[in-house]
Design a protein around this ligand. Sequence first.
Ligand code: ADP
Ligand code: MG
Length: 322
Amino acid sequence: MKFAFIIDPLSKLNPSHDTSVALMEAAQALGHDVWITQAQKLTVVNNQAWANLEKVQLTPAELVEGRWVVSERWYAISDTVSLPLEDMDAVFMRTDPPVTIPYLYATYILDYINPKKTQVINTPTGLRRANEKMYALQFKEVIPETIVSQDKLTIQKFVEKQGAAVLKPLGGKAGEGILFLEAGDRNFNSLVEISTKWGYEPVMVQTYLPAAKEGDKRIILLNGDPIGAVNRIPTGSEFRGNMAVGGRVAATEITSQEQKICALLKPQLQQDGLYFVGIDVIGGYLTEVNVTSPTGIREIDQLNGTCLGKDVIAWVENPRNS
Ligand SMILES: Nc1ncnc2c1ncn2[C@@H]1O[C@H](COP(=O)(O)OP(=O)(O)O)[C@@H](O)[C@H]1O
Ligand SMILES: [Mg+2]
């Protein structure tokens, strides 16, 4: 089969951390052709989505004494060719957030792929439907108390009621712009003004979950079913657990409460064509549904000796097996 991955420039990816690399390696290992392109290399010609593609040959990372070891030249790419994306069997849209206007435009281009010929993961409709922070709100029985607002007074009242809260920009990732807010903080007004761009942009404000100290669990869902998880534990004086800000990764289990959360999400994720997703769970509460380029596979494989990438590719080969 032929797989295309819409990703940020390969040279910017970290092969020992990025899930896109794990998926590409798995596709190659299972005998498929792997092509790459970027969101800004897509076009519509004669009502068909085309891309400037490069074929990739990867030297897979290897686990040596529990650590990923990567060759200095871990990839080789062919000359660029222009092809209809329907020549591919599957297209993974894995451009990193933020979801910008060009990102959204790329999803509109991906609408011009016939889903009967080529599976797009995640579907362009699903990517447009799901804001990574706000998608969770619809599952109200499993989320912490949360508001979304750009209004300082509304935010202030909420934080006073909660005592402590976490403010999140709606388009952020990897802990970017996440703030700890406390009633009476001398910087309170200024923090809210900066985050909301002076009342112009809504942000999420969520009750602070003390369980965050024990970790922010990433669970990978394939077609709505959990296939693996990793815990990320804040270190030192940092309250955020994200790997990008130094969170320590640790092996973990999926609890029955987390199974319940996954089961609750499954029908909606399937309906929205959100086949490959990473949810974040803190203390049994759902806090985020990552759909653009969820990560975690490398860390889970490293800790558990799994190869989740192969599970994902095998599902694409035969979706009904899941
Ligand atoms: N409600 C919360 N209570 C305590 N800590 C939180 C809460 N929500 C998020 N955090 C912390 O902030 C980090 C980032 O939050 P998250 O919502 O996952 O956004 P992103 O990962 O996109 O930056 C988490 O890893 C966690 O450590
Ligand atoms: Mg997160």
